[in-house]
Design a protein around this ligand. Structure first.
Ligand code: SAM
Length: 324
């Protein structure tokens, strides 16, 4: 069945992209501007002759305007069922994630994170704005309960085409249920997959955005970076944020603490720069986006830092990695 509201939102975006007002479009089609307004408000759908004219004018297909095109099938070539969430891994939550997934639901994390993103003007916000200006397909990987950059992208442009993904089915289902109620955008897609083995075809995505997913990867981070490179179109970008203890901070620590930390937690020094180059990205711009300290933190690394009598500084970087 045609979702008239979604159809209206889609054709309204296409009209604005074509640089036309409702009146100008009405004149071109020989209809009244009230008719155009009714279509765009989801109160009516034009007849087939007008649909055909619109598809020519907007350089798209009738199926796409009506929402019958299956974007995820086009991008993957894989039948993940025409359910509203595409599963490329089992639909059940992984056993080690069950307690965490319950916390997300019980604690209403999705809603809380979405609301705090609305009030936030941090670096995430400005990066989200830059990503939102992309006209193409944005793939948010490892969205997590924070959603990565996605809430900031949608804050700037609720009509952006975004595939919201995670390896956790609960995370994706929770985002879908929340965003269906909150935005009801026709341009949001939902997929559950492992970003170390993405289901997408080569050169199919315009932007891969990652707000800390790869840094917290289940699996090999280099594989995730290689997959991001593979699925991006030439000229496309991986925009990724990562936080680690950099070389300057390490050098400033007492020698004994350096030794223990390097032995017990080499992961916290992992600067993914070299791996990003090895993955194929030749143009990488890094911007420092902030820092945090282990004082007052509850994590296992914070406990270890305390036991060594040091307050560790993590520096956060946003990296813009272009596939040339
Ligand atoms: C700790 S969260 C933090 C980042 C997240 N973007 C956020 O804003 O909440 C990391 C997320 O990455 C996901 N993740 C980790 N490894 C993954 C993988 N191999 N494939 C897909 N998602 C993964 C986890 O399920 C989790 O939701």
């Amino acid at each position: 069945m045609i979702n008239k509201i979604h159809f209206g939102k889609r054709i309204s975006v296409l009209r604005r992209k074509a640089g036309l007002s409702q009146t100008e479009l009405a004149e071109r089609l020989g209809v009244t501007s009230q008719a155009v307004s009714k279509w765009e408000c989801g109160k009516a759908v034009p007849d087939i002759a007008i649909l055909l004219e619109l598809s020519h004018l907007y350089k798209t297909t009738i199926n796409e305007m009506l929402g019958d095109a299956d974007l995820l099938f086009e991008l993957t070539g894989k039948e993940a069922g025409r359910s509203e969430i595409a599963y490329f891994v089992p639909e059940q939550e992984q056993h080690y994630n069950i307690a965490w997934a319950n916390e997300i639901q019980k604690g209403n994390w999705i809603k809380r994170n979405w609301e705090s993103s609305r009030a936030d003007n941090s670096r995430m916000d400005s990066v989200g704005k830059q990503i939102a200006s992309c006209e193409g397909i944005i793939l948010e990987i490892g969205a997590g309960p924070g959603g990565g950059y996605m809430p900031y992208i949608l804050k700037e442009n609720p009509d952006a085409t975004v595939i919201i993904s995670d390896i956790s089915p609960t995370v994706v289902r929770e985002w879908k249920s929340f965003l269906d109620k909150t935005l009801d955008s026709p341009n949001l897609y939902y997929a559950v997959f492992d970003f170390c083995d993405m289901p997408f075809k080569d050169n199919s995505i315009d932007i891969v955005s990652d707000g800390g997913g790869i840094g917290n990867c289940e699996g090999e981070k280099i594989k995730a970076l290689k997959e991001a490179y593979r699925v991006l179109k030439p000229g496309g970008k991986l925009i990724t944020s990562t936080g680690f203890v950099n070389k300057e901070t390490l050098a400033g620590l007492p020698v004994e603490a350096q030794k223990v930390l390097l032995e017990k937690r080499p992961d916290v020094f992992e600067d993914l720069y070299e791996d990003t180059v090895l993955a194929g990205f030749s143009k990488i711009d890094s911007v420092i986006s902030g820092c945090w300290y282990t004082d007052d933190d509850e994590s296992t690394i914070a406990d270890l830092a305390r036991s060594l009598g040091v307050n560790l500084k993590f520096t956060c970087y946003t990296r813009y990695c272009t596939k040339e």
